[in-house]
Design a protein around this ligand. Structure first.
Ligand code: ATP
Ligand code: MG
Length: 503
């Protein structure tokens, strides 16, 4: 049985009455019945029905097809046409305005039901797919910018740190260099947020109980929770485990909690719910397209200020914020993380009626090992030989300055082929290679097997402007010894290199 609300546009009162009775008999609500095309556009805007049944030939100047075009493009409402004829020209015009169905009068009740249900389904799926592809495009753009930006900041940070070290603590300009480093770090943080949006950065996947993670996040946030806000948790028993990155999941929870708290002025409530959900249809009741399967669902609902439709449509975009001090990266990061975990996220809200955010995490099928945290490190310096491979000359130079200062002998290659030639011709030992993952021409993952073949004993430290991803994980699984994300301080780089050489 249908449950949606339908608007009927029909100028023949007898036909209109029959259709209304038929719809009501099928369980649909009838938003209104109108007899003119122009009026139908106005009423669609006001009533916002779930679908429109539109007679094509009406008595006014505008016909049903023109009205449908406006109703669909302006308000996203699907329109099913009704026509007395199977007219080829009309059909062609109807197709061009993105019709969701075409019924020739008289039609059977079953036909009407099937056509309407198909139209409603397709409209929901279209909206969800469009939003997803828009976010996908933004993520690609954001990721690209953030990557280059991060590289440039590495250079600023690295040289500032280096020069400050050379000048010594008492130097009058050391303070200014500290300021430069501070600003570069802040800029890197921004890029970090963008990268989280673009890639999510799920890298240490482990089996996780969402109930436990939420409890821990709440305990950690307890100090910052204002008394005026009451929090209730409704956790499903026997909640299915998910495979997630603990720190990324914490970012999701803290980001959503922060937003909920910031949205509540005065007294209010935040409800956190977890549920096991078996998705058996590709469109969920929340109206977005998901893969059929099992999900662990988290919902965080607040009684805050809520959002109007315009804001709601932009919440996941990076740098969208309505707050004085907001950066607009909270939900963008949450979105990226959820996507990177193969999940889905939806925000629902109305102005002054609070907001509700629902996340679907796919359940864990294969038991995964918890990854081991890197161990603490000893002294950073050394005198071994290190090959740095990076196609960005400026970064290549800076890294080699950093390593030389720590006492290492440094060889550099600005690309995959140069690195191969150099290793073949170099007669002495090369103890470690610092390998950039994203190079033009031959990239890190392509070069890696050649390096291993040429010098199997050489340690490999992978280096990337992006978060750890599947490719990096694969290389680590097949023998690479470590991974560092740019930008990195000379202290951290030195420490990691020392740890690897001593291992
Ligand atoms: N629970 C909520 N209630 C009302 N509005 C919300 C809620 N969550 C998000 N928003 C709206 O979405 C916008 C974007 O949220 P997002 O978390 O991405 O950025 P921010 O909170 O403004 O800044 P940041 O998280 O970077 O400090 C917010 O500025 C706010 O307008
Ligand atoms: Mg926020």
């Amino acid at each position: 049985m249908g449950s949606a609300t339908i608007m009927i546009v029909e100028d023949n009162t007898t036909v209109a009455r029959d259709i209304r009775e038929c719809l009501e008999g099928l369980g649909y609500g009838v938003a209104c019945v109108v007899a003119s095309a122009e009026e139908s556009v106005e009423r669609a805007e006001k009533e916002r029905p779930d679908a429109v049944l539109m007679d094509i030939r009406l008595r006014d100047e505008m016909d049903g097809i023109e009205a449908a075009d406006q109703i669909h493009t302006r308000f996203g409402i699907p329109v099913v046409f009704l026509s007395a004829h199977r007219d080829h020209m009309l059909l062609e015009r109807a197709k061009r305005v993105g019709s969701f169905g075409y019924l020739v009068k008289p039609f059977e009740e079953d036909e009407l039901y099937a056509t309407l249900e198909m139209a409603l389904y397709k409209a929901k799926a279209d909206v969800s797919m469009l939003a997803a592809s828009r976010m996908e495009a933004t993520a690609t753009l954001a990721g690209g910018i953030a990557h280059d930006y991060n590289n440039l900041m590495s250079v600023v940070l690295g040289y500032a740190e280096h020069v400050r070290g050379e000048l010594g603590k008492g130097h009058p300009n050391a303070g200014m260099l500290l300021e430069i480093e501070g600003a570069a770090r802040k800029a890197s943080d921004l890029a970090e947020g963008l990268l989280a949006f673009a890639r999510g950065g799920a890298h240490k996947l482990g089996k996780m109980d969402l109930n436990q993670t939420v409890s821990e996040a709440l305990r950690a946030a307890e100090k910052n929770l204002p008394r005026r806000i009451g929090i209730t948790c409704d956790f499903a028993e026997d909640l299915w485990s998910i495979e997630a990155d603990r720190s990324q999941l914490n970012l999701v929870l803290t980001g959503l909690l922060a937003n909920a708290i910031e949205a509540i002025e005065g007294e209010g409530k935040i409800d956190i719910t977890t549920r096991n959900v078996d998705v058996i249809d590709t469109v969920t009741d929340k109206g977005f397209v998901v893969k059929i399967g099992r999900y662990t669902v988290l919902n965080i609902k607040d009684t805050g200020c809520g959002m109007n439709e315009e804001i709601l449509g932009k919440v996941f975009e990076p740098f969208f914020s309505t707050k004085f001090q907001g950066r607009g990266l909270g939900l963008a990061s949450v979105y990226g993380i959820v996507k990177n975990h193969g999940g889905y996220i939806v925000m629902e809200s109305k102005e002054n009626e609070g907001a509700s955010c629902t996340i679907y995490f796919p359940v864990l099928h294969v038991e995964a090992d918890e990854s081991v945290e890197p161990q603490g490190v000893k002294k950073a310096a050394g005198d071994e030989t290190i090959l740095v491979v990076d196609d960005e000359e400026i970064l290549l130079k800076m890294t080699s300055v950093m390593l030389s200062r720590l006492g290492y002998k440094v060889l550099t290659a600005n690309g995959g082929q140069t690195a191969q030639d150099l290793l073949r011709d170099h007669e002495g030992d090369v103890h470690l290679v610092l390998l950039d993952m994203n190079m033009g021409g031959m990239d890190g993952p392509t070069l890696y097997p050649h390096l291993k073949r040429e010098r199997p004993e050489m340690k490999v430290l992978l280096f990337s402007g992006y978060e750890m991803d599947e490719t990096v994980q694969r290389l680590l699984d097949t023998g690479a010894n470590g991974f560092l994300k740019k930008p990195v301080s000379s202290k951290k780089l030195g420490a990691e290199i020392r740890r690897m050489l001593d291992a």
